[in-house]
Design a protein around this ligand. Structure first.
Ligand SMILES: Cc1cc2nc3c(=O)[nH]c(=O)nc-3n(C[C@H](O)[C@H](O)[C@H](O)COP(=O)(O)OP(=O)(O)OC[C@H]3O[C@@H](n4cnc5c(N)ncnc54)[C@H](O)[C@@H]3O)c2cc1C
Ligand SMILES: O=C(O)[C@@H]1CCCCN1
Length: 392
């Protein structure tokens, strides 16, 4: 017999929409600060329809932009804290090599961000990491702090701590409507909730979702092919033990960049992907025709035959994921220009996972009306002209 149901609680200190890694870390910080927080997710958890699923993401200290590299020490520390809180391993240190033409400005900026000088030429790279083959005039910069975050495990861990601190996570509940006001009213497929503060971290759905709030954000969801490549000779590249992550910068054959991770999810397969994809609608991402040309695979195959010649040149496994790109590929972390009790975190442009602990802290601070811990100039909504629609 079903227990008599309790009347559902409907008022909170803060409501967060979207339980990907950004919304979940935001809710985690709020709950740790004793804010009564409701985290709403449209799909039943765990799910693979957004941007935060899968087993692996790169974490690195090297960034060409100082306004990201300065956040990395705190991000590493907060990831460690989450590991300690949950007793789980969320990070494997593998190192990362940045590959590009000697003297490339972004490569140089990354080297400066590391504060070290370890530059490897082709012979030194091949000796240290068998499997990599640089071309004439190219070098590798080593970020030894870098490694792999276990993404699915991390998402579960942060949601677990949120709930342990008294947070409410309601999945399978899609937000349909927001009514701004001193108390924001949120209507979902299952109920109506109110809070004096709202945070929207809806990933690839954010652009369309915030139109109801008079915002026209220049966000482009991209469908990303996530490809895994088999070694021609099993064991020949040290994929499972010594191989680092890598990221290319300034290569003319792949201006958006190509990146790779050692074998984590599938034994003997290396994850190598193009840091770009095809424009899509998150509701229709599986409707792409299977016979449509796959420019990303062609770019990757050609890269692999030159730079990773010990791998087969056709992917053994393919999955999909979503990026949500802003025009400058910087995040959007800001208050709504008109409704200051509504905060938006979006546009993570394929590099937001590693920074989620700090992003969550910043969104929490913005929502509580506090001075953010970092300079927010690069993340302002108003850097894009015309974001506020006339009538509201
Ligand atoms: C292939 C790939 C590789 C990547 N590699 C790296 C990497 O190596 N390192 C790195 O740092 N970053 C990486 N990233 C980027 C990183 O994964 C993303 O920046 C991050 O996951 C974005 O998280 P999010 O919470 O914004 O989005 P999501 O995880 O998509 O979360 C948004 C959530 O909002 C929910 N939602 C939307 N609308 C509603 C609604 N109306 N009601 C309720 N819920 C709603 C969605 O269902 C979703 O769960 C990669 C991304 C991809 C796709
Ligand atoms: O954020 C990162 O470190 C990687 C770089 C390459 C593309 C995917 N994201």
């Amino acid at each position: 017999m079903a227990a008599p149901s309790q009347p559902q609680k409907s008022t909170y200190d803060v409501i967060v929409i979207g339980a990907g890694i950004q919304g979940s870390f935001t809710a985690y910080h709020l709950a740790q600060r004793h804010k009564d927080t409701l985290l709403l997710e449209q799909f039943l958890l765990p799910h693979s329809r957004g941007s935060s699923h899968g087993q692996s993401r790169i974490i690195r200290s090297a960034y060409p932009q100082q306004y990201y590299s300065c956040m990395m020490p705190e991000s590493f520390r907060l990831w460690q804290q989450l590991e300690a809180e949950t007793g789980t391993t969320l990070y494997r240190q593998t190192g990362l090599v940045l590959l590009g033409p000697a003297g490339d400005p972004e490569l140089e900026a990354c080297r400066r961000s590391l504060g070290v000088d370890e530059v490897l030429d082709a012979a030194a790279l091949a000796q240290r990491f068998p499997g990599f083959q640089l071309q004439a005039g190219q070098v590798a910069v080593l970020d030894s702090t870098a490694g792999v975050l276990f993404a699915d495990r991390a998402l579960r861990a942060v949601q677990e701590v949120f709930c342990q601190h008294g947070g409410t996570l309601r999945d399978g509940e899609k937000v349909l409507h927001i009514k701004p006001g001193a108390m924001v009213t949120v209507t979902t497929t299952a109920g109506v909730y109110q809070a004096p503060r709202l945070i929207i971290t809806a990933g690839a759905w954010t652009g369309a979702f915030v139109e109801q709030l008079g915002l026209c954000l220049p966000l482009q969801p991209l469908r990303i092919d996530v490809c895994y490549w088999r070694e021609k000779q099993p064991g020949s590249t040290g994929l499972g033990d010594v191989s680092p992550c890598f990221l290319t910068l300034g290569l003319s054959q792949a201006p958006h960049g190509i990146y790779g991770l050692p074998s984590i999810e599938y034994p003997g397969l290396m994850k190598v992907c193009h840091h770009h994809g095809s424009p899509t609608d998150p509701e229709k991402r599986d409707q792409a025709s299977s016979s449509a040309p796959r420019p990303d695979i062609a770019i990757l195959s050609s890269f692999i035959s030159s730079y990773l010649p010990r791998l087969e040149t056709q992917p053994a496994v393919m999955e999909t994921c979503l990026y949500t790109n802003s025009p400058d590929e910087d995040f959007i972390l800001d208050r709504h220009p008109k409704f200051s009790n509504i905060v938006i975190g979006a546009g993570f442009s394929g590099h937001g996972f590693k920074l989620a602990p700090v992003v969550g802290k910043l969104l929490c601070e913005l929502s509580l009306g506090e001075e953010p811990s970092y300079d927010m100039a690069h993340f302002a909504i108003t850097r894009f002209p015309g974001v506020l629609r006339a009538a509201q």
